[in-house]
Design a binder for this molecule. Structure first.
Ligand code: GDP
Length: 590
């Protein structure tokens, strides 16, 4: 009798405890099964869907898992706060996305250059994670996501920060894979999409073609009947169309009626963190609700601060920051993490307590997720997954997360990246020691190499690779991983000989003669000796003779003498066949 299968929906990540509960089995049984599969997980640890699926199948409970319809790559992690009825309006938060080289940076620069609220103060030395511009009497916040080609980090943490996504498409190039990825991301995040048809100044720009290509992605230009996607022609180079693009952002904002309370304790998200000489940890954050002021106590993950300086992200002091304002905060005791939520608390005691609780939770492993790649690796332990050891260093937490996420995504069942260590900041002595002892390559993203470290690395033969473009870094890791793949062995048949005479046979060598019946024979080459299709052994052809002359090649229809060496004795008979081939090891790529 066929067993009834029950389907249970689970999220992309689930704790061991919750999964056991959903399956109605004792948690110990689930932990036991995980262990059998080489996954050491405690009740509070989270496992991913793929791992859960494998384990549940092994348990044979008549249960199958399906992914919850709440898409986990959508921002399910955080829920946008509801504002109270009388809450004031807030500026929109806009992210700019699109295919590489389509002009995201140029567009963000153009908008910022022309409209930035304050340009003098501070001098921009650090990467700007977000900035606010004034357009008429309105403000707009732009997220300039670190390494903004890589959506990984913002996808996970920042999606709900964003109200509007501007998808930049070069009008002379049209929709490309990352454009589609950006559209998909914006859809999942449930945000409004505005398309900026960039590079309109170029000869090949064709906005009509773009309308059609967008329609293929279910984005109907609002100039068409029934369409609802604004497509604005712009040029980041000539600045043509930028005021109209910002007008559209304001228009969409007004339709969306974005509001946030200002009289609640301030809270928001850390969007970047780095250490600055003389200033200590500096966190960039986006205020989502409440009013943040210098002197406030804030907790972010396991770190807390009494805000020493509250500034715009380009260094202008702020007396207060209202919702949708990007700010730079100094005063944190330790470096908060990209994606940490921050919250204002009444006093230092509350700040200390809350940050300690958070640190403890972290230690019991609430963030200690076991990914499917980990499982794949464990399951394959007999098969020996080849690992590429790397140390990752980056300028800011956001890029670090992006780089790690992106390179971990390259893992396969055969090869995997092992991040031996990762941190924000310049490459230091510790990194070099670790790289040497772990045989790791150091990847630096957007960082400089101090000359002392360069010298030490040269002395210790540590491989350091610095990148400013994330894709180039990923490609390099990919090449490294490809190098670890076992090569593919390809055989090329050359020709065949039928044995007509045996001249000399020892245990390890044979000299014979025969007729080439197919193709050509060469020496040196490999060959199989066969009798009635049965393989007697694999041998190495060492020499060929046409008559008394040594020959490199003999062709179909010719008679020749042939000598080969063999590792096991072959008693060759007339009529046996010798099938000659070469074997090539082809390096595979990922
Ligand atoms: P990103 O990779 O999407 O950030 O693209 P960039 O902003 O770095 O731009 C890629 C290239 O396109 C650069 O060489 C820019 O100078 C050029 N570019 C960007 N916008 C325009 C534009 O509106 N017109 C022209 N002609 N070139 C542009």
């Amino acid at each position: 009798m066929a067993e009834d299968i029950t389907t249970i929906e689970i999220e992309d990540m689930i704790t061991v405890g919750t999964l056991a509960e959903r399956l109605s089995i004792p948690v110990s049984r689930l932990i036991g099964e995980l262990m059998k599969n080489g996954v050491m997980a405690t009740v509070n640890e989270r496992i991913d869907f793929d791992t859960a699926e494998i384990i549940v199948e092994e348990l044979q409970l008549g249960v199958q898992l399906s992914k919850s319809t709440v898409d986990a790559s959508a921002p399910a992690v955080r829920v946008k706060a509801e504002a109270s009825a009388g809450a004031p309006s807030r500026p929109p938060v806009v992210a700019v996305m699109g295919h590489v080289d389509h002009g995201k940076t140029s567009l963000l620069d153009a908008i910022r250059g022309a409209h930035v609220v304050d340009r003098e103060a501070g001098g921009i030395t650090q990467h700007i994670s977000a900035y606010q511009v004034e357009h008429g009497d309105r403000k707009i916040t732009f997220l300039d996501t670190p390494g903004h080609e890589a959506f990984a980090a913002i996808r996970e943490h920042g999606a709900l920060l964003t109200d509007i996504v501007i998808i930049v498409v070069a009008a002379d190039d049209g929709i490309k894979p990352q454009t589609i990825e950006a559209i998909r991301f914006a859809r999942k995040a449930g945000v409004k999409i505005i398309v900026a048809a960039n590079k309109m100044d170029k000869d090949g720009a064709d906005i009509n073609r773009l309308y059609s290509e967008l329609a293929e992605q279910d984005l109907m230009w609002d100039g068409w009947k029934g369409g609802d996607t604004p497509v604005l022609p712009v040029s980041a180079k000539t600045k043509q169309g930028i005021p109209e693009l910002l007008d559209m952002v304001i228009l969409v904002t007004d339709v969306e009626e974005l509001k946030a309370d200002t009289d609640v304790p301030a809270r928001g998200l850390i969007i970047e963190a780095h250490v600055e000489q003389g200033r200590g940890p500096v966190a960039h954050a986006l205020v989502e609700a409440g009013t943040l002021k210098p002197g406030d106590f804030v907790v972010a993950g396991s770190s807390y601060a009494k805000i020493r300086n509250l500034e715009t992200t380009d260094g202008k002091p702020l007396k207060q920051a209202l919702p949708s304002t990007p700010v730079a905060i100094t005063g944190f005791k330790t470096l908060p993490e990209f994606g940490d939520e921050f919250q204002a608390v009444p006093n230092e005691k509350a700040a200390r307590n809350q940050s300690t609780t958070s640190a403890n939770e972290k230690n019991v492993g609430s963030r200690n997720n076991i990914g499917s790649s980990e499982l794949i690796r464990l399951i394959n332990r007999n098969n020996e997954v080849q690992e590429l050891n790397v140390i990752v260093k980056a300028d800011v937490q956001g890029s670090l997360t992006s780089v790690i996420d992106s390179i971990k995504a390259l893992d396969t069942t055969e090869v995997a990246v092992r991040v031996v260590s990762s941190s924000v900041g310049a490459i230091n002595e510790n990194d070099l020691h670790l790289a040497q002892s772990a045989g790791a390559i150091i990847y630096g993203f957007n960082i400089e190499l101090p000359s002392s470290a360069r010298q030490q690395a040269a002395r210790d033969k540590v491989d350091i690779r610095l990148y400013k473009v994330i894709y180039e870094l990923i490609d390099d890791v990919k090449t490294g991983l490809s190098g670890l793949l076992r090569p593919e062995i390809v055989e090329h048949d050359l020709g065949r000989l039928v044995v007509r005479g045996i001249f000399n046979t020892t245990k390890t060598a044979v000299i014979c003669g025969g007729e080439v019946t197919k193709g050509k024979l060469t020496a040196p080459a490999l060959a199989r000796v066969t009798r009635d299709k049965e393989v007697l052994g694999e041998v190495e052809i060492t020499g060929l003779k046409r008559g008394p002359q040594e020959a490199k090649e003999v062709f179909e229809g010719e008679m020749c003498g042939l000598s080969f060496t063999t590792t096991k004795r072959i008693d060759l008979l007339e009529g046996d066949h010798i099938e000659v081939f070469t074997r090539e090891a082809i390096q595979r790529t990922l």
